[in-house]
Design a protein around this ligand. Structure first.
Ligand SMILES: NC(=O)c1ccc[n+]([C@@H]2O[C@H](COP(=O)([O-])OP(=O)(O)OC[C@H]3O[C@@H](n4cnc5c(N)ncnc54)[C@H](O)[C@@H]3O)[C@@H](O)[C@H]2O)c1
Ligand SMILES: N[C@H](CO)Cc1c[nH]c[nH+]1
Ligand SMILES: [Zn+2]
Length: 433
């Protein structure tokens, strides 16, 4: 049952417990498993990848089965319905249009002082996309990662995703990949997939950046390989926080809470409301909607451990609690969501009004659904084209400009005790032209 507490209780402590669920003491044993997997793949490559695929995904693969074959890719189109193909294509267009809106552009500034400075953007050479596949198949996530990579101009994009129950990858995932221009796909999931992308094996290439969401094992592995490779952000078990007033519909609020809880037993679903009656009605509606829920066991676990309703004194108090939590998804189901928006500082994606369930953002709105979780929205942003780009600073000085700067460089280099820095400037300005 979804618990109700009031603002008199220690709301901040409760929210912190839920927010920290992926990095608290209880996940330490999972981190130990992940470290073991990373080390084994680093040392033994493909052999360890196949070993852990058998252990965690219960699939015994031959080495040559790791890469999804051309015939499996071709066959996927015959296995999806026309409606699903059209939905994938519609979502692709929306996602591409959104991500093409603001592509970071290189620039140079030619100053009057004979100094040129600028930024030059270049894509990573090779990107590795993680597409989850343990408890659900995620064709939408293929698009959310693959399209921004292509828009950024990444020339080699590889994808990893766990094998399904019969080794085969869900055909919708393979169709989405091809619609996003991805052909190089490996049948591997979990920490072993992240390790393979980070260190490289004989079969799977080492990449420059790993992007994409995943469960606790995937998220811990991404955290641990950061530095060996780049990562997008820590996009772990899903979460939603809804702020609702008395005007919200309790049945819809309940459905939106369950829409995130159903992702994972570690998903979080929180309602902050100013209305006691709404709190009770949502609690009842959640119970009713769970009765014949096809994913009832996992969803109930999420609701029981990481679900919460808080009755707050004001919408401003709700906004402050939400800022503490920094949710992946924030829904504002209140009479005037645009006014409340001005009080929100930290959230991955914000959904305004009664007709904007979070599911529109998961699939068709266009903004990315790969979002920071577990408080990471305090410092991180949704995945985007810029995730696959980095920039180099551009600097050019004329001799006159160097002469002007020499005094300041002298003083700073002297203060730092770095004489060759000073010398590299002095020599140039003392040299004959
Ligand atoms: N934040 C986001 O942007 C976002 C987007 C989509 C999905 N998600 C999240 O992605 C996750 C998807 O999770 P999933 O489980 O369906 O798929 P997944 O692919 O992330 O995880 C499945 C893998 O976990 C590994 N694994 C499972 N049990 C293990 C164990 N006991 N020990 C070691 N490894 C183990 C297996 O190797 C398996 O391949 C959910 O948490 C969902 O909420 C987040
Ligand atoms: N809500 C997920 C992000 O937490 C994304 C997703 C994909 N498919 C359905 N939902
Ligand atoms: Zn979702």
């Amino acid at each position: 049952m979804l618990r109700i507490i009031t603002q008199q209780a220690d709301v901040v402590a409760e929210l912190q417990r839920i927010c920290n669920r992926t990095h608290d003491a209880q996940v330490l044993h999972k981190e130990a498993t992940v470290r073991e997997v990373l080390q084994a793949v680093q040392r033994q490559g493909d052999k360890a990848v196949l070993h852990y695929t058998a252990e965690f995904d219960h699939q015994t693969l031959k080495l040559e089965e790791l890469r999804v074959s051309g015939s499996e890719l071709d066959a996927a189109y015959q296995q999806v319905s026309k409606e699903l193909l059209q939905a994938i294509q519609l979502a692709s267009r929306q996602i591409e249009a959104f991500h093409r809106q603001r592509i970071p552009k290189s620039w140079v500034h030619f100053g009057d002082d004979d100094v040129v400075v600028g930024k030059r953007y270049t894509p990573v050479d090779i990107a590795g996309l993680y597409v989850p596949g343990g408890r659900a198949a995620y064709p939408s996530t293929v698009l959310m990662n693959g399209i921004p990579a292509k828009v950024a101009g990444v020339t080699r994009v590889v994808m990893v995703t766990p094998p399904g129950k019969t080794k085969a990858i869900n055909p919708a995932v393979l169709v989405a990949a091809q619609e996003a221009g991805i052909q190089e796909i490996y049948r591997v999931g979990g920490a072993q997939a992240i390790a393979a992308l980070a260190y490289g094996t004989n079969t799977i290439p080492k990449v420059d950046i790993i992007t994409g969401p995943g469960n606790i094992y995937v998220t811990l592995a991404k955290k641990l390989v950061y530095g060996t490779v780049g990562i997008d952000s820590l996009a772990g078990p899903s979460e939603v926080l809804i702020i609702a007033d008395e005007t919200a519909n309790p049945v819809n609020v309940a459905a939106d809470l369950l829409a995130q809880a159903e992702h994972d037993p570690m998903a979080a679903a929180i309602l902050l409301t100013t209305d006691t009656a709404l709190a009770k009605n949502v609690q009842v509606a959640v119970e009713r909607q769970l009765v014949d829920h096809p994913r009832r066991i996992d969803t109930e676990k999420a609701i029981a451990h990481y679900g919460l309703i808080v009755v707050v004194e004001s919408l401003s108090a709700a906004a402050e609690f939400s800022n503490e939590f920094a949710p992946e998804h924030l829904e504002l189901q209140v009479e005037d969501p645009w006014t409340l928006l001005s009080e929100i500082r930290h959230a991955g994606a914000i959904f305004l009004g009664y007709s904007t369930p979070e599911a529109v953002g998961d699939y068709v709105a266009g903004p990315n659904h790969t979002l920071p979780t577990s408080g990471a929205a305090r410092y991180a942003s949704p995945l985007g084209v810029e995730t696959f780009l980095k920039h180099s600073s551009i600097i050019q000085y004329s001799r006159t400009a160097l002469q002007r700067a020499a005094g300041a460089i002298d003083a700073l280099a002297t203060a730092e005790g770095l004489p060759s820095h000073k010398d590299s400037v002095r020599r140039r300005i003392q040299q004959e032209e």
